[in-house]
Design a protein around this ligand. Sequence first.
Ligand SMILES: NC(=O)c1ccc[n+]([C@@H]2O[C@H](COP(=O)([O-])OP(=O)(O)OC[C@H]3O[C@@H](n4cnc5c(N)ncnc54)[C@H](OP(=O)(O)O)[C@@H]3O)[C@@H](O)[C@H]2O)c1
Length: 390
Amino acid sequence: MSRLKRADRPYDIVLFGATGFVGTLTAEYLAAHAPDDLSWAVAGRSEEKLERLRERLGEKVGVLRADVSDPASLRALAEHARVVATTVGPYVSYGEELVAACADTGADYLDLTGEPEFVDLMYVRHDARARETGARLLHACGFDSVPHDLGVFFTVRQLPEDVPLTVDGFVSVDAAFSGGTFASALGQFARGRQMLAAARERGRHEPRLMGRRAAAPVGAPRFAPEVGAWALPLPTIDPQIVLRSARALPRYGPDFRYRHYAAVRRLPVAVGGVAAVGTLAAAAQLPPARRWLSDRLKPGEGPSAQKRARSWFSVRFVGEGGGRRVYTEVAGGDPGYDETAKMFAEAALALACDDLPPTAGQVTTAAAMGEALTGRLTRAGVGFRVAARR
Ligand SMILES: NC(=O)c1ccc[n+]([C@@H]2O[C@H](COP(=O)([O-])OP(=O)(O)OC[C@H]3O[C@@H](n4cnc5c(N)ncnc54)[C@H](OP(=O)(O)O)[C@@H]3O)[C@@H](O)[C@H]2O)c1
């Protein structure tokens, strides 16, 4: 549970960006699933949109106005909450002041970023202050990177202790994305140099792991008979998050290695996917092409409820160590929005309500709440299972 007591702050949870696409889904999830005695509020920049949202959610929900361009409003927001959950991205453009305010006031913080540059800079600039105040700073609490982080946590726990472990993750999805996600992805493609610089800066600050080893090397493209699919290395934020969990948790053993892949059944689809991502990444380097692309899908827009109902994800893991091999899977519905809102809301509820291991500073979901969040998500319909051998 948050170190702050309930009486310390007016709200247990404040959801910032509640009027956006994922924000609204998260607010609806909280309205349907939060315990009756939880006090929570929606926050955003438009009073009118917030009031309209509150009318749908019910009178019990509070409303706070805050704008990224007004740091005092973000400070006030952090001072009103034990847990602050924010969907206001791209985080590298909009996110830092709120992380700083939470670290400084001791409020727990969680977001939906998939931007490694942002996470590395927040570590360098705010981890130390958060450790002093006891604030827990959790990034990537949606499809990036919860199923991968908790899937590896779940897989490791099926394997023997105190032996070298290797885990490979294979991601399959069928889904569409929203304007907010598209804007964040385009922004990231255009910031390769800044991303590398932030990673180097983090490397200079982060203490070395003593007496154990953990690595997340980029695998080679290959046909993977263990999952019956083509495996393409997937350089998202997920393997970085898994690696940080492995560094934080001795249960991952003395020598841990994780490789992260997209799994694609047919070779032409794999080749087409790589070409499409390459073209998008190249176009994002040119400002006019980037502007044209971002006009295709506007912020606030996203896949319809019907499209989301047909969407799914599956992440299969193959873990090995101490002479054992296990096959596991984490699976669910629409990854980017319905399941992201569920993962995000349940992570916020875990911070606010559950008895969690003592952590502070920048932490991952596995390290801060691995068992509690796996239990919550299982009860909410996300499948965590040990699979039979293929
Ligand atoms: N980890 C994952 O798997 C995952 C999945 C989905 C989304 N995401 C990320 O989540 C973020 C949100 O996505 P989305 O699709 O929900 O985007 P969105 O619909 O565009 O929502 C963005 C929210 O930010 C608010 N906002 C923008 N500028 C603001 C400002 N100056 N002050 C206060 N609030 C401001 C917007 O307020 P208004 O309503 O007033 O415009 C809106 O509530 C993106 O960064 C996306 O990449 C991650």
